[in-house]
Design a protein around this ligand. Structure first.
Ligand code: DP6
Length: 336
């Protein structure tokens, strides 16, 4: 029996990934740019156990649903093939997201799981292979392997070998913040995998979204290089709204926003007119995340807390890459 524990933080895309060029290999159609968070994340312990007849998954102390277990097991089958081992795996994973927040992200989950299972199985430390495995779990997971601001290149190779994450700014090298404004999801949302696939198949706006995304990514990369906060903020909002517009154009349409989402967007825009520089982004759910600088955190947090329906505002900064906490099979290592 070998065991390993790894931790990975969640990440939020400033330039979004929304659509795949290969659904089997989970390859994105465009590049994306994200910030790895400093607090919200996942810790996962993996045990390879020759006596187990099937994989097991315990999520926050409770046996996971059939759906979650079979998604993980399909992923582990691919890791077993690549790593040349047969043992079934017990996985215990804990998210520190507030309970029932609707924020749970597959990115930190698959980043932590990939790092832990490759170590428990004694596979070598090749970061590109690790990124490729994490991506098979979830397209946004390779970004959580690295800390700070991260680009995920889409690559062109059919096997995905050049779809790799790259750190643009290490944590601590640019002090920006992301405020996660949590409101209440009122109904079950369309998951991101299904949502982006429906958009790709049925939204006439999808091609325009792809074209715009490529330009937005170039603008964002330059803004990050120049540490040009306002340009990064403007293009962050553009990417978010274009992604949601493409999703709303799907058949049937996909809406992730609720009235509190819109109230938060308006508040941030109004504050900007009075000189408080926050820029919004929204993922496959109703929560708004606000990119800002340290000096504006207090004003923004107080104002957002005043919106009816906001439950909590969490302040995040660029956080660390995935880390191995301990392993019985090998010594400590870090993904970046
Ligand atoms: C809106 O990575 O969750 O958060 O690859 O199908 O697992 P799969 O999708 P996922 O999608 C993330 C979508 C997003 C934007 C982003 O994080 O880039």
């Amino acid at each position: 029996m070998t065991t390993a524990t790894a931790e990975a933080k969640s990440n939020i895309a400033l330039i979004k990934y929304w659509g795949k060029r290969d659904t089997r290999l989970n390859l994105p159609s465009t590049g994306s740019l994200s910030m790895t968070l400093s607090s919200l994340g996942t810790r996962t312990t993996v045990t390879l156990d020759g006596a187990l007849e099937s994989d097991e998954l315990v999520l926050n102390g409770t046996p996971a649903t059939e759906d979650a277990l079979s998604r993980m097991s399909r992923f582990l089958d691919r890791v077993r093939r690549v790593g040349g081992f047969r043992e079934r795996v017990r996985v215990e994973t804990d998210n520190n997201f507030p309970t029932r927040s609707g924020l749970a992200s597959s990115a930190s989950g698959f980043a932590a799981l990939s790092l832990a299972v490759t170590h428990a199985a004694g596979m070598d430390d090749d970061p590109d292979r690790l990124a490729g495995l994490a991506r098979l779990g979830s397209g946004s997971a390779p970004r959580s392997l690295l800390g700070g601001l991260v680009e995920l290149q889409p690559g062109v190779a059919p096997d995905g070998s050049d779809c790799l994450p790259r750190q643009l700014v290490a944590p601590g090298d640019w002090d920006v913040r992301l405020l996660v404004a949590m409101n209440t999801p009122d109904e079950k949302e369309v998951g991101s995998s299904d949502g982006m696939e429906r958009t790709r198949r049925s939204s006439p706006l999808y091609e325009g979204w792809l074209r715009g995304n490529r330009v937005d990514l170039e603008v964002a990369l330059k803004a990050v290089r120049d540490r040009d906060f306002h340009t990064l903020g403007r293009v962050t909002e553009a990417s978010c709204f274009r992604m949601h517009a493409a999703a709303m154009g799907a058949d049937p349409p996909i809406f992730y926003w609720n009235p509190v989402t819109l109230a938060t967007v308006r508040l941030v825009r109004d504050l900007r007119e009075s000189g408080v520089a926050g820029y919004v982004t929204i993922d496959a759910g109703p929560h708004v995340k606000v990119l800002c600088r340290p000096g504006d955190v207090r004003t923004l947090v107080e104002a957002i807390r005043g919106i009816k329906g906001i439950r909590q505002v969490i302040e995040e900064r660029p956080g660390p890459g995935a880390e191995l906490i301990n392993a019985s099979a090998s010594g400590p290592a870090s993904a970046g």
